[in-house]
Design a protein around this ligand. Structure first.
Ligand code: SAM
Ligand code: DTB
Ligand code: SF4
Length: 335
């Protein structure tokens, strides 16, 4: 007879909060049990062979006044990133068209701003309209927004706003000093109020403890409603940033985090985000098994690399997986 495994406490209703200790209890399950539970939850809401594919473009690079310890684009650190002003509309549209033609379903545009100025919001609003006209979903990440800025982006037809909580409230101050956790929560509330879908997650592997990881997941899962899209980034230790020398994380701990995100946010799309370039194929397969069902597709993230397209295509083929919303031969499904 198999040994009876502990059953971590679950919230009594969908509105009851996930306590950090409940999430730690999930992390502590034997690996096979945790992944099995996550895969079971995953199958209740998603086809486990489907993956959502987004491409990312840095539309404004470097020179950011914030001091996020992981980021190559902060002007406070010297990671040797060449700063670039806001890209012209035509270049953004050309990049989006190329991403679409390679199979990306969503185009995510990132700008290294603390918060955008009025003319910058106007310019990004035009980009959103033009990318939507290509038949793609849009996502932007521009830093902090007030209520009016969020509405302006919503009016332009924006589908998702990415704004990460990144870590637990207690650990936040060790990573970033130029803004508060509450600033992040305020922007998320402004976005939520407009009806734009929320993309919010964090970074794992910054030297944090398991309780800190559980604290991040608890914050995300207790947002009401929780985000539609949850990026789980693996720290990319970038030379010149304060986190460059962070000791490596046990890879199973990253997979456990994906599983715990899947269990606590059953209907969210969980995104295997930064860090895939340093993961082997088996590790990525484990992440998909644990409930990740989205990834960045394209050879560049913002300032760092991502796996080659041919490699990703071959990986999906070998795993019998395909882009969400496409038939097995790759043609777009008809409504
Ligand atoms: N400036 C905006 C902001 O911070 O909200 C948007 C761009 S910022 C680069 C988007 C996210 O990328 C961060 O919140 C963080 O989660 C992730 N990120 C940045 N640098 C990273 C790194 N070195 N490794 C992993 N994730 C990283
Ligand atoms: C997110 O959570 N991850 C993406 C996206 N949102 C904007 C960014 C990853 C950045 C990785 C480091 C870089 O390329 O500079
Ligand atoms: Fe600026 Fe965003 Fe990088 Fe922080 S993560 S330094 S806010 S670009």
């Amino acid at each position: 007879m198999p040994k009876k495994l502990p059953t971590p406490a679950m919230p009594l209703s969908t509105t009851a909060p996930w306590r950090v200790q409940d999430i730690v209890a999930l992390y502590e399950l034997p690996f096979a049990e945790l992944v099995h539970r996550a895969q079971s939850v995953h199958r209740q809401h998603f086809d486990p062979t489907e993956l959502q594919l987004s491409s990312l473009l840095s539309i404004k690079t470097g020179g950011c006044p914030e001091d996020c310890g992981y980021c190559s684009q902060s002007s406070v650190h010297d990671a040797g990133v060449k700063g670039q002003p806001l890209m012209p509309l035509e270049e953004v549209v050309a990049a989006a068209r190329a991403a679409r033609d390679q199979g990306a379903q969503r185009f995510c545009m990132g700008a290294a701003w603390r918060s955008p100025k009025p003319r910058q919001v106007e310019a990004v609003a035009r980009m959103i309209g033009a990318v939507k006209a290509l038949g793609m979903e849009t996502c932007v990440t521009l830093g902090m927004l007030d209520d009016a800025q969020a509405r302006q982006l919503a009016d332009a037809g924006l589908d998702y706003y990415n704004h990460n909580l990144d870590t637990s409230p207690e650990f936040y101050g060790s990573i970033i000093s130029t803004r508060t956790y509450q600033d992040r929560l305020d922007t998320l509330a402004h976005v939520r109020a407009t009806g734009v879908k929320v993309c919010c997650g964090g970074i794992i592997g910054m030297g944090e403890s398991r309780v800190v990881r559980a604290g991040l997941i608890s914050q995300l899962a207790n947002l009401d409603p929780y985000p539609e899209s949850v990026p789980i980034n693996h720290l990319m230790p970038i030379p010149g940033t304060p986190l460059a020398g962070t000791p490596p994380l046990d890879p199973f701990e990253f997979v456990r985090t994906i599983a715990v995100a899947r269990i606590t946010m059953p209907r969210a799309v969980v995104r295997l985000s930064a860090g895939r370039e340093s993961m082997d194929d088996a590790m990525q397969a484990l992440c998909f098994l644990a409930g990740a069902n989205s990834m960045f597709y394209g050879e560049k993230l913002l300032t760092t690399g991502n796996p080659r397209l041919q490699h990703d295509q071959a990986l999906l083929e070998r795993l019998g997986m395909r882009a969400a919303g496409t038939t097995a031969d790759g043609a777009a499904e008809r409504a």
